[in-house]
Design a protein around this ligand. Structure first.
Ligand code: DAH
Length: 353
């Protein structure tokens, strides 16, 4: 009988070594240890054995049963561990930041070149003691034209093709429009402060005109104004030169021409050498090699009066920087329409923060 038990034990060990899944192991367990299992069957003949034989067989049979149970328990836990590892390998979740939270194709945003330049210019003017002001996009005829010395019948109104709102007359007797320039903030700014003061006002402006490489219907300007006692054209030129030097980080060629704007007297056009073609002539500068960048002048007495300032006591200068043109000059952009295009191939080239 001991022989039979040992044989059964050996065959059990052989059979279990081939098994890989839990149900098979549990089946094998009942094949050997179950009520009608192989070991029980062998032990049935124990009733025919002598007491001496029983004494001998008993411990052997118990040991074999225990060993089989141990082997089965060990096998089951091995299989369980293997299954867990396989599951983990299949549903791999990496909770470290670099590999999982940061998706591999995630793109970083950046600031639009207009924003970069606007922030840079604001910093330059802030360091020269200027305030930064804002104003409404929807303006009245008064602030956009009349207060700036452009009455209703003035031919200068035709210089700026305007988007008018449909309202006939608003309550103040003013028609509404989308501001055609940031000069609207000149009078608003003067009305709410006492001289001496200096401020800039960057913002979007709107013109109803045909677009081309250097014209957009929606674009950006940056207005500037300084009012005080005994301010001269020399002050104006100094501030303009200083600003351009800081922006371009080098001396750029400029030229000053007389220019006509109803709100300044005398008025000037400050041109810079076209930085896209370096003065050779291209579509941006309309082949002349120069770009109108900074119209400016000494504030007209009527404009000071509209702002509540006595022109016999105070004077000042004003300028209107074409921000988009400046962006184009600084980065060598050949078509203004790229700025508004929303094209990521364009935008993603400016990734400074
Ligand atoms: N507002 C003018 C325009 O959009 C630009 C301008 C010219 C602004 C002369 C000024 C200035 O402040 O002095 O065409």
């Amino acid at each position: 009988m001991i022989d039979n038990l040992n044989k059964a034990y050996e065959s059990f060990k052989e059979e279990i070594s081939d098994l890989a899944v839990m149900p098979d192991v549990l089946n094998l367990k009942s094949t050997y240890l179950g009520k009608k299992g192989k070991i029980s069957e062998i032990l049935k003949s124990l009733k025919d054995a002598t007491p001496e034989q029983r004494k001998e067989i008993g411990p052997v049979a118990n040991k074999i049963k225990n060993d089989i149970q141990d082997i089965i328990a060990k096998k089951l836990s091995e299989i369980e561990l293997k299954e867990i590892n396989e599951k983990l390998a299949k549903n791999k979740i990496d909770i470290t930041y670099t590999d999982s939270l940061k998706a591999s194709n995630q793109k970083h945003g950046g600031l639009h070149p207009r924003t970069l330049i606007r922030q840079e210019i604001e910093d330059i003017f802030l360091s020269m003691g200027f305030e930064v002001l804002d104003g409404p996009h929807i303006e009245t005829e008064y602030y956009n034209f009349e207060a700036l010395n452009i009455p209703g019948d003035h031919p200068a109104r035709d210089m700026q093709d305007t988007f008018w709102f449909k309202d006939e007359k608003s309550e103040e007797g003013n028609k509404h429009l989308l501001r055609t320039h940031t000069s609207t903030i000149q009078v608003r700014g003067m009305q709410s402060r006492k001289p001496p003061f200096r401020f800039i006002a960057p913002g979007t402006v709107f013109r109803c005109e045909r677009t081309d490489a250097s014209h957009e219907m929606v674009f950006q300007q940056l207005e500037g104004m300084m009012v005080g006692k005994d301010i001269s054209v020399a002050n104006l030129i100094y501030f303009m030169r200083q600003t351009l030097k800081e922006i371009f980080k080098k001396d750029v060629k400029v030229r000053l021409r007389p220019g006509y704007f109803p709100f300044v007297e005398p008025g000037f056009e400050l041109d810079i050498e076209c930085q896209v073609c370096k003065g050779k002539g291209c579509s941006v500068c309309k082949q002349v090699g120069w770009v109108e960048l900074l119209p400016c002048g000494m504030v007209h007495p009527n404009v000071l009066r509209a702002g509540g300032i006595d022109p016999d006591e105070y004077n000042g200068f004003a300028f209107g920087l074409g921000l988009d043109r400046l962006v184009m000059m600084k980065y060598g952009i050949e078509d203004i329409r790229h700025l508004q295009s929303g094209d990521l191939r364009f935008n993603s080239q400016f990734k400074e923060y």
